[in-house]
Design a protein around this ligand. Structure first.
Ligand code: MG
Ligand code: MG
Length: 260
């Protein structure tokens, strides 16, 4: 069964999702060569708690941190550590928050210093593939329409689309039905209806789509060790246009300021 949310519940979930966006912006301020990823995690946890939220990932199935920080060939679920970011790295930062009983879930991939053009393009196109998917996230369409939109946009560049990990419903639980794959056929899968809230999250690899799990039991890496990008929004299904509950607005304001 797919849990449906009332309009009031969606507003609560918007608040959680916006807190995720603001948290990622706080993290963005500090992303630079020389910083340890564990420091970014502490900044996020403190900001979430100061704003009345609870880190949504910490303790989830035993995950030890507030953020998933995945560097370069790490796809998702990287654990913050004493590892120091270097010029030319990219990092995917995934954050979940619970506030007033509902989860928000969003992720953004950042450049650390000067990153190769082919990798910057991977990042930009992965973000664009998320918006291609969101365009299909309207009542009356099916999950496969979202999946197909992401896949058909991404395939033209010859990238690898991760299949083992997918987007998901999100609400009182971090992971609810339905699954939202980043590949698939138009018109297939569950019908999208009003009241559904889903996390759409393409994970796109520069090379092969295949992945391996690291010995820490969490970190997913690309099999060929080429870079991977990941962007995610929490969105509510509406009639004509998806309502994006999370936001990259604050993140991108920080990035703009840093580039000036
Ligand atoms: Mg996430
Ligand atoms: Mg998610």
């Amino acid at each position: 069964m797919i849990p449906l949310k009332t309009d009031d519940e969606i507003e609560v979930q918007r608040e959680s999702s916006l807190l995720v966006g603001k948290t990622l912006a706080e993290v963005a301020k500090r992303i630079e060569p020389g910083i340890k990823t564990i420091i970014l995690d502490r900044i996020a946890e403190e900001f979430i708690r100061d704003n009345g939220g609870i880190p949504g990932f910490k303790g989830y199935s035993g995950f030890p941190a507030t953020l998933c920080i995945s560097i370069n060939d790490q796809v998702v679920h990287g654990i913050p550590s004493d590892q120091i970011l270097k010029d030319g790295d990219i990092i995917s930062v995934d954050c979940g928050v619970i506030k007033n009983g509902f989860y928000g879930d969003s992720a953004y991939t950042f450049a650390v210093g000067n990153v190769k053009t082919e990798t910057l393009l991977l990042m930009e196109r992965t973000k664009q593939s998320l918006y291609q998917g969101i365009e299909q996230a309207v009542a009356g369409k099916r999950v496969g329409d979202i999946s197909h939109a992401i896949q058909s946009y991404t395939d033209q560049f010859g990238y690898g689309i991760v299949r083992e990990l997918v987007g998901h419903g999100v609400g009182r639980q971090l992971h609810e039905k339905p699954e939202i794959p980043n590949y698939g056929k138009q018109g297939s899968g569950p019908k999208l209806t009003l009241g559904m809230v889903i996390a759409i999250e393409p994970m796109i690899n520069l090379g092969t789509r295949h992945i391996t799990q690291s010995q820490d039991g969490w970190t997913i890496r690309t099999s060929d060790r080429k870079p991977s990008a990941h962007f995610e929004h929490t969105v509510a299904i509406k009639n004509d246009k998806a309502d994006i509950l999370s936001s990259f607005e604050w993140i991108e304001a920080v990035l703009k300021q840093k580039s000036e």
